[in-house]
Design a binder for this molecule. Structure first.
Ligand code: ADE
Length: 221
């Protein structure tokens, strides 16, 4: 899976995407992540990437041209690069926006099955000129009902969740477990843990080894 991220702040991604599961997945070439900065392709001499909103209002809006220039370069250049086997490239473009459709695991699963390349367009300031979504045919996606400072954190959340759906990123056993178990209430050793004079015990069903009962308990917790 290839991720392309259009952002004014590529450094924000450094630590999260270069450690743990995502680092391993990148090292094994299971996922590939590239960054593109609109400031690098602005044509005006002050490298301006935003302007005041038409119709008035506070803040600034990211201009369409540098973003569209990068998007065209990515789609054209990437189209020429051959994928292994006979797989044909298929692009999806996403504009991160608090007003977009809600991101879900189901969305992650179907996107990974259908696309080879996902382009994220991260907004800052008050947003992105609406013609960007129009021209690129992008979907507007939100990761939750709260407003972040920009789309970067949302793109990282989506890359993490999408990558978990890529074959080989999670061990086979781990991904099967994820399908099977609905419980989010987990315990590990010791079975009894004391804190400030009170003992907290692991539910006995989990320690008794009856897998049918364990599955039933997990469906309810
Ligand atoms: N940009 C700002 N807030 C966001 C959110 N909740 N989801 C996606 N992109 C955003």
């Amino acid at each position: 899976m290839n991720f392309h991220v259009i952002t004014l702040f590529p450094n924000l991604f450094d630590s999260y995407l270069n450690d743990s599961m995502l680092k391993k997945a990148r090292d094994k070439d299971l996922i590939n992540i590239q960054f593109y900065n609109p400031r690098a392709v602005t044509k005006n001499k002050h490298k301006k990437v935003d302007d005041i909103p038409y119709g008035g209002g506070p803040g600034m809006v990211m201009m369409a041209e540098p973003i569209i220039d990068l998007w065209s370069t990515i789609t054209k250049k990437t189209m020429r690069e051959k994928l292994p086997l006979t797989k044909k490239r298929k692009f999806k473009t996403i504009v991160l926006s608090p007003g977009g459709e809600k991101f879900t695991t189901a969305y992650a699963k179907s996107s990974v099955l259908e696309y080879t390349d996902i382009i994220f367009i991260c907004g800052r300031y008050e947003g992105i000129d609406a013609r960007v979504a129009d021209i690129t045919g992008a979907e507007l996606i939100s990761i939750g009902d709260y407003v972040l400072t920009g789309g970067e954190l949302a793109a990282m959340v989506m890359i993490d969740s999408l990558s978990r759906q890529v074959d080989g990123v999670l061990g086979n056993k781990h991904s099967l477990e994820e399908e099977r178990i609905s419980s989010h209430e987990m315990y590990t050793r010791p079975a009894e843990y004391s804190y400030k004079g009170k003992t907290y015990s692991v539910p006995s069903v989990l320690t008794e080894g009856n897998h049918k009962l364990i599955d039933e308990w997990r469906k309810k917790h």
